[in-house]
Each structure stands twice: as C-alpha cells, then as structure tokens.
Ligand binder design. Structure first.
Ligand SMILES: Nc1nc2c(ncn2[C@@H]2O[C@H](COP(=O)(O)OP(=O)(O)OP(=O)(O)O)[C@@H](O)[C@H]2O)c(=O)[nH]1
Ligand SMILES: [Mg+2]
Length: 367
C-alpha cells in the first residue's frame, strides 16, 4: 500500500513525512525536487497482547509506504501544473493507492504563504483543480485515439472500445463540471475497465490541515468547517500540527509527555493519521499467531478467506481447505486456540467466508 503526500509548495509535506516516518528529510526546501520514500509500521496493540500469549520470536506489523512528492513547479501561466512534474514523480503519484493532501493552515509571518494569505479552502480547491485537469487531459487523449483507431480490430475489440468510450465520456462530463472521479459511484465492472489509467481524482484522499501550535484548541472547529464544505466520496478531513508532531517524535517518550502537557495535547496526532489513512484505503487487518510470529496482514475489507490466505502465500490460496477462525477478543479472553475450540469459539470457515478485522486465522491447506 502506498500513499502519496501531496500539497502546494511549503504546505508542510516534508514535515508531515518526517513525522510519519520518523525521518530526517530536509524541510523548507521551497520547490526542491527531492522525492522521499519511507515505510511506516501501523501501530496495533492487539499484536502486543497476542504476543503475551504466544511468546513469538517476532512481531510483524502491517506497513504503509509514504511518498513525499515535491510540489509541482509553477507553470508558465502561474498555475501549479502536474504536467510540469518530472515523469518519475508523476508515475509515483499515479501508482499510489491514496492521497494525503497537506494543506497549510498555520500562520507564520516569518514564512509567508506564497499566495499572500493562509486560506485552506482556496488551496484545497487549487490542487483539486490541478488533478481534475490532469485526469481530463488523459481522458481527452484516450477519447481522441478511440475516435480515430477504435473502430478497427475484431468485433470483441470494437465492443470493448465502445464500452470504454461510454465510460470515459461519462467521466469527462464529471471532470468538466469540476467533479472528481471518486464521486461517480462507478460499478465494479466500470471501475475495472478504467483501472489502468490510475486517475488521480479516483484515489481516496485524506485532507490534512497543517495547523500552527497556537491553533490546536480550535482544530475540531476548523476540521468541521472544512469537512462541511468538502462533500466528496472517499475523502476525510483531519488536522495535525506537523511541526510539533515532528519535534515530539524527536524527543524521548518522557520529555514528549511533558511537552504535550505544556501544549495541552491529549494524544499524539501521528497514530491518528496512520490509522485514518488505513481506514481511508478501506483496509482491515487479519492476524496470525504462533510461536514463530504474531503478525497483522492488511487486506481490503470484504476479502474472502481464500484470498486472505493468498496474502500470506499463493500456496495457501491454491491448496486452501479451510480457515480455522477465532475473533481476537475471544482468543484474548480464552487464552489459547485449544481453549477457544473447547468453548466453541473456534469456527471452521470456507473459501468464501468474508474475513473480519481482528480475525485470527489458521489456514489449513494441501500442497
Ligand atoms: N510555524 C510553522 N511552520 C511550519 C509548520 N509546518 C511546516 N512549517 C515550516 O514550513 C516550511 C515548509 O515546510 P516543508 O515541510 O518543507 O513543506 P513542503 O510542503 O515539503 O515544501 P516543498 O517541498 O518545498 O513544497 C518549513 O520551514 C517548515 O519548518 C507548522 O505547523 N508551523
Ligand atoms: Mg518538501
């Protein structure tokens, strides 16, 4: 799973990246073109609790990759233009599963906003428009090609082309009206037909308002206001003081606690953002537990047991017999798989069983 950190120049993308990855990438680059990549372990206290029971050799958390993309340079017309992004960056962006859109909400007279004022709504709209234009350019190019060469080929090819044309025209109407593709409620077949384009406005987005340290108390109100004005599908709004979180991450836990008390912060925003990005991607975790390892496996919500087995290894999916399943809470209360079985809480589930978050699975398979 990969999440792209996007946003206007100087909004705090690299600061957020450092916070999430506990990294030390250079901030304040102002239009520098460095791309940062980091892997973040998803905190999951269930793993620690299971480890007490199973005493495994290791604990493996689920992970998410974050890519910090530099803001696109201003185009000749003064817009930020995705077309000006280096090809490698654009490919990274398209290959991401979701967007973490960092928006400047902090005031800092010593570091003026490039547009002269701090205005989160304007900035959100600005970047959204860029992404809409980038998708629209792809749709137009493809429609043009389909118009000229799409009439050739076998019957099956022509039919597929016609079908694609219908979907793309629908997307064009939406994009022309300023609507992101994720608002279109495409059915499964249509979504599959356009998957190869990796449209930017189809990706789920987490709008992260980067607030100043003096604005933490007002954060819920700000989030509510921005969310009310952003009624889009697969979009969440959250606030974080990136600079503070980055500084917190550099302190040892005791000092961090004192610092948080001084600032009146109840909990660190870091875990919240990681958990939110997980939710945004529609991911859940199933767990495996044994003497070797206790581990969380990320899968899309709705995954069938046979496919969940495949996330561990393709052999497990090919030779799938059944999944011995117990809910994490039951396992924790009862203390072992054997006790769970005695208590009738261990279920044998077949291929099509829809795996739930926190299911502890043992896959039985034949080679
Ligand atoms: N006062 C204040 N400054 C911040 C905050 N977050 C980031 N900054 C500062 O804003 C400047 C830009 O932050 P970066 O994280 O480099 O922003 P960026 O979006 O990565 O910038 P580019 O990569 O150049 O587009 C740096 O000087 C940061 O220290 C904040 O919450 N409060
Ligand atoms: Mg940066």
């Amino acid at each position: 799973m990969q999440i792209a950190i996007v946003g206007l120049a100087g909004s705090g993308k690299t600061t957020v990246f450092n916070t999430l990855t506990r990294g030390h990438a250079e901030t304040g680059g102002f239009g520098g073109l460095t791309l940062n990549v980091g892997v973040v372990k998803v905190p999951d206290e269930r793993l620690d609790k299971l480890a007490v029971i199973f005493k495994p050799k290791k604990i493996v958390q689920a992970d998410v990759t974050y890519v910090d993309l530099p803001a696109p340079p201003a185009s000749s017309e003064g817009r930020v233009g995705t077309e000006e992004l280096p090809a490698e960056h654009l490919a990274r962006l398209r290959d991401s599963d979701a967007l973490l859109h960092v928006v400047r909400a902090f005031e800092d007279p010593s570091n003026p906003h490039p547009h002269g004022s701090v205005d989160p709504e304007r900035d959100i709209e600005g970047l959204d428009l860029e992404f809409i234009l980038a998708d629209l350019a792809m749709v137009d190019r493809r429609l043009e090609r389909l118009g000229s060469s799409g009439r050739h080929g076998t019957t099956a090819e022509r039919e597929a082309n016609e079908r694609e044309e219908v979907i793309l025209k629908r997307l064009k109407t939406a994009l022309d009206a300023g609507r992101p593709i994720r608002d279109e409620h495409l059915d499964v077949d249509d979504a599959r037909a356009i998957r190869g384009f990796r449209f930017l406005t189809e990706k789920p987005a987490l709008i992260l308002l980067n607030i100043g340290e003096g604005e933490i108390a007002g954060a819920p109100e700000l989030v509510a206001r921005i969310a009310a004005g952003y009624p889009h599908e697969h979009a969440l709004v959250e606030a974080l003081s990136a600079k503070i979180e980055m500084e917190l991450g550099e302190l040892d836990p005791e000092d961090a606690r004192t610092f948080m008390e001084e600032l009146g912060i109840a909990e660190s925003g870091l875990g919240r953002v990681i958990a939110l990005s997980y939710r945004l991607l529609g991911l859940i975790s199933f767990l495996t537990a044994g003497p070797d390892e206790v581990r969380a496996w990320p899968i899309p919500d709705g995954t069938a047991a046979v496919d969940a087995a495949g996330a561990i290894h393709t052999d497990l999916s090919k030779g799938f017999i059944r999944a011995e399943t117990v809910a994490y809470e039951d396992l924790l209360t009862l203390g072992s798989m054997a006790e769970a079985r005695k208590a009738g809480r261990l279920r044998s589930e077949g291929k099509t069983y829809r795996v739930k978050d926190g299911d502890v699975l043992e896959i039985l398979f034949s080679r």
